[in-house]
Ligand binder design. Sequence first.
Ligand code: HEC
Length: 128
Amino acid sequence: MTPTPRPRRLRFFAAVALASLVCLCTAGCGAADLADIDPAAIPEQPTYDGDVRPMMAYYCVGCHAPKTQLGPNLSGYDYSSYSGVIAGFSGIEETVFVAGNMPPGGARKLTLYEQAVLARWQENGFQQ
Ligand code: HEC
C-alpha cells in the first residue's frame, strides 16, 4: 500500500489552524488594556468616597489595613483610608496596572473598567 499524502496535509492544516488561533488570541484576548476602555464610559470626576473606597474595600483592605488577619499594614500599605490610598498609589500602579498580581492568587482582580476609574482619579488629582 502506497502512503497517501493526506495525513501530512491534514497535519499542515491543523498547524495552520492552531497558529491562526494563537494569533487571534494574542491579538484579541491578550491585547486588552486600559486603552480599550471607552473614556466616555468612565465617570468624569471619580471620587474617593463614591468610586475608590468601595473598590479598595472589596479588593485590598482585607489584607492592607492597620488591622488585618495577616498583620498590620501588610508590606507597609494601608488601603483603608483616603491618605493611605494616595500614599500607596504607586503600589497600585505596580501591582494592579502593571504586574496584575494583587489581590494575590486566584482572587478576582480589578476589571479594566475599575482600573480606568482609578487611573482617572489619579489624573484628576485624587478628588475626595
Ligand atoms: C489576600 C490578601 C491580600 C489582598 C486582598 C491584597 N494583597 Fe497586596 N499583598 C499581600 C501580601 C501577602 C503581600 C506581601 C507579599 C508579596 O509581596 O507577595 C502583598 C504585597 C503588596 C504590595 C507590595 C508589593 C511589593 O512588591 O512590595 C502592594 C503594593 C500591594 N500588596 C497592593 C495591593 C493592592 C492594591 C490590593 C488590592 C487591589 C492588594 N494588595 C490586595 C496580600 C494581599
